[in-house]
Design a protein around this ligand. Structure first.
Ligand SMILES: [Zn+2]
Length: 208
């Protein structure tokens, strides 16, 4: 198989374009496709700041690097899910890649975003698996990833608790007028929002 452009040995075949490319020509073709996609769809301009979600897989990393090479103001965001074995690997790949290419990167930990201890999320997940409420299965799209799906039993349990909690709330609030409920909901929303800000400030203070 030969490169469509320069006739050197091809390493990539694109059936959708009925073409094959050598490494150099493929990179040029890829860059042109990205450029055409952004301009054609009017996605964004070089004056905008762009956040690229980085999973640790090749697709998001390649996109990030190409956008940066094309002069876009990009910052990567990686969310560390805290899953033993797989998350440190994904995070390491992202951190090394961004350091190597001088790309701006933010890393957030899921456990921290949810105010939980790092082991808590995976332990909770494991408990749900043991009870047959969720299943972990290898992702079809990416063999390194694991997708988590609720089972029928899990959905049934979720609905049961959802209805039960709503039933209790309805019972507790049965003598409260609709107007008072609306006021209560507004106050609750304000308190929750302020609480969130306070926790964020505390977390920032602790990080210093
Ligand atoms: Zn070529």
């Amino acid at each position: 198989m030969k490169c469509k452009i320069c006739k050197a040995t091809a390493v990539v075949a694109l059936r959708s374009h009925n073409a094959a490319f050598c490494p150099d020509c493929y990179l040029k073709f890829f860059a042109r496709q990205v450029e055409k996609g952004i301009e054609g769809q009017k996605l964004f301009t070089r004056d905008e700041r762009i956040l690229v979600a980085l999973s640790g897989g090749k697709d998001s990393l390649a996109l990030m690097l190409e956008l940066s090479r094309q002069g876009y103001d990009v910052t990567g965001l990686h969310i560390d899910l805290g899953i033993p074995e797989s998350s440190p690997v994904a995070r390491g790949v992202v951190e090394r890649f961004c350091a190597k290419h001088g790309l701006k990167l933010m890393v957030k930990e899921l456990a921290q975003l949810l105010y939980l201890s790092p082991g808590c999320i995976s332990q909770t997940g494991q408990g749900l698996v043991l009870e047959g409420l969720v299943v972990r299965e290898p992702s079809e799209k990416d063999r390194r990833a694991v997708s988590i799906r609720m089972t029928d039993k899990g959905m049934e349990r979720y609905r049961y608790h959802h209805d039960k909690i709503n039933g209790i709330l309805d019972h507790l609030l049965r003598d409260v007028s609709a107007e008072d409920r609306a006021t209560f909901e507004r106050v609750l929303a304000i308190v929750l929002e302020e609480g969130k800000k306070l926790r964020a400030e505390q977390a920032q203070g602790a990080g210093k």
